[in-house]
Structure formats: C-alpha cells, structure tokens
Design a protein around this ligand. Sequence first.
Ligand code: ASP
Length: 434
Amino acid sequence: MIVCKFGGSSVADAVQIRKVKQIVESDSQRQIVIVSAPGKRSKDDEKVTDMLYACNALVQQGQSCRELFKKVSLRYTSIISDLGMDVKPFLPVLDEVRQMIDAGYGSEYAASRGEYLAARMVATFFGWTFLDADPQIVINHDGSVNDETWNNLKKSLKSDVKYVVPGFYGCDSEGKVKTFSRGGSDITGAILSRAAQADIYENWTDVSGVFAVDPRLIPEAKVIKTMTYREVRELAGVGAGVFHEEAIAPVISSNIPINVKNTNAPSDVGTMIVPSREIDGNPLAGISAKTGYSRLSLRKLMLFKKSGIRHALLTMLHIFGIRPSFSLFGVDSIVWFFETSQASESVLNAMCLRLKSEFGLDSIGVDHGYAVVGIVGAGVMQETDLIAKSTTALANDSIKLHFFNYGSSDTSILLGVDASESSHAIKSLYKALF
Ligand code: ASP
C-alpha cells in the first residue's frame, strides 16, 4: 500500500485538491493521505498556518482574533464551495476553532488547526475516513516521536479503510496539542508510512523532486533521480528545502522508500529516496548552503593543559543557550560556529564576559555573518580530487574559506564562507563539480 503526503501548495485551492483526488484515485494502493494546511496560491499570497499564528499573536496581546480569523474562514469556505460541497456543516467547526484560539489555547493549537480543517475538508470531498493525529501521534518535548504512537496507530488503522490524516501535529504526553517544527507534515507522512508498513511513501509537492542545487541559482539544475536517506538528511541539514530533515527517522528502520513527486506534473518520476545506492559515476548528490551562523573564538595559552576544559566551556555555552554546530580546535584556541538566532547580542556579551573571567581567557570574541556550504554525496570520501577541485574553484572566484569540515561524515564536506558569498560559492562549486 502507498501513503501519500500532499504539501500546502497541493491543497491551496479547489483546482489543486481536484488534482490530488485524481492522483489518489489513479492507484487503489494509495490508502492513506496526509495533508498540510492550504499554502500560497501565488507568490504574494498568505499561508493559512501563518494567518493562524497571527491570530494567536493577537490573542496574546489581549485582543480578539475574530476579524483576522474571517480570512482563515473565507479560505476554507471558498475552497469547500468551489469543490461543490455544502459549506454549512463546516461553519460550526470553524467557529469552534476561532473560539478556542480566542480562549487562549496557544500557538501550537492555533497553528495545528490549518491541517485539522484541511484534512476534514479533504476527507469529506474524497468520502474517506478522517483520522485525527491527536491523540494518535504523541510527540516528546524535544519534538521526537514517542513510542506510544506506534501502538496507538496499530490499534486504529484498519487495512480495508482509507484515511485522510492531518499533518504537522499530534499531542504531548499530557494530551495537549503539539506541533512539529515548520514543514512538519513530512514527518506525519513518515510516521503513517511506518505504522501502516507502507511499500512506498509518496511525498507530493510543487516541484518534480529534489534538485541537486537550488534552481533559482542554477536554472539548469537537475532533479536527483535516486538518493540515500543520509544524503537527504545532510542536504536538508545545510538548508535544502523540499523534504523535512527529521522526516527520515520514522521510515529508516523499516527501509520504506520515499518518492518525492509533483502534484502539477504527476507523470514525472521525481526523486527516489532509498537506504543505499550505487555510487559509480555519481559520487555527489547535491550542494546547498545555510546562512545565519556566528563564530565564537577564544584563546588562552596552554588552554588544554587543564583536563575537562572543553566540557566545562561547553556547559557554560549551554547555560547561555548556545549549542555549537561546528568546532575547530587549535593548540591554544577553540572556534565554535553556532546559529545566530540562538542568542541576542546582550546575552552573547554577558556570556563572553563570564567565560573570560571564569576561565582566565587571553581573548574571546563573537562575530556574525557566516554560511555553511555542504557538498553532499555518498561518494565524497572516494573522490580523491574533490577537495582540490572545491578549494581551487573557491580560490579562483576569490571566495574566502573560514573553515573546512572533511571526514566527520562520509556523506558530506562542509565549507564555511561569508554569508554574503554563499550563493556565489554554490554557483562556483556547482560549476566545478557537476
Ligand atoms: N503547515 C505547516 C507549515 O506551514 C506544516 C507543513 O506545511 O508541513 O509549516
């Protein structure tokens, strides 16, 4: 059987939802459908999820979301009537959602209603069974999937019933609605795929697969035909969109292949994501970059003389909310790169002062504006000239390299560059390596 997840653009309006129905009905194996909330219909349009977060923000400021919620209601009622369905049964449901947001049920509850309403609407249109993700999917504090989920779904799912399930949310261990991180409907799709032991997990979006590089930067970029779970994780980890990096975890233990496909071009084969692949002739999968990194550099003569110093420093960083992504160690120095969004300037200043006095550092400083470019591929360690080619390409284009991470993963090479140079670096590397 096949589990299909349709993203926000696939359910953005009635025309898209009709395409979804046609796709689903064209193969009787497609038995479970997961939907996102309606996304943008055009570049300047608003996502329902963003509107719902805005509704909750108003309530947090002591105002009612009644007016703003009208836009959300209109989005659904116009889709419902364009689909030729009766709007009346949905009106009390919409009203109840609005009341709950106004009653202060919080941002995760508000945001989750985008998917909840979409799934109810699509289930009615298909004539399928609506299966709510809450309380089936139990989400831990850190956003990981609680093992209770598997028992819950095992009990609920019947092999002869077709289901529509809302993506993006479940509940916490106290039964309160909890969302995954943004784009998390991919995770719900992976969870249902594992629970139903699907033969394949189809992830339907508005592009014909995962591109080797962002086509906005390189218009002739190709879709990757086959890639491994690990390649997807590494590429998503350095900012590539399309597939949520945490959505691999649920399917990995059952080896369920994922097929990323295009709702607007269903006959395109898309990208197959599988446990492993042949690398001959195709060592690399893609290149991507993520901006928004800062650098913390500290120095002290004989820094490492004292045992446990790294651990002690890291503990202090954690106290200030910093979780470094990359580390470099010199003879008497340490450099950590971390995501800039983790702390404000005043927190960073306080942290530097504390570290300096507590550890007697000779110097400490933070600077911002870095990007990490990832060259991802199952064959990166086999290609002996890959480093030479990459660094030569950057040098020829006068792009300064701030760090180089090779060998910590057998599937990627990471290069630190100035954030302002990240697109330039991607283009330069793509030209040299692909
Ligand atoms: N609707 C949610 C978001 O906008 C989740 C999703 O689309 O997967 O992030």
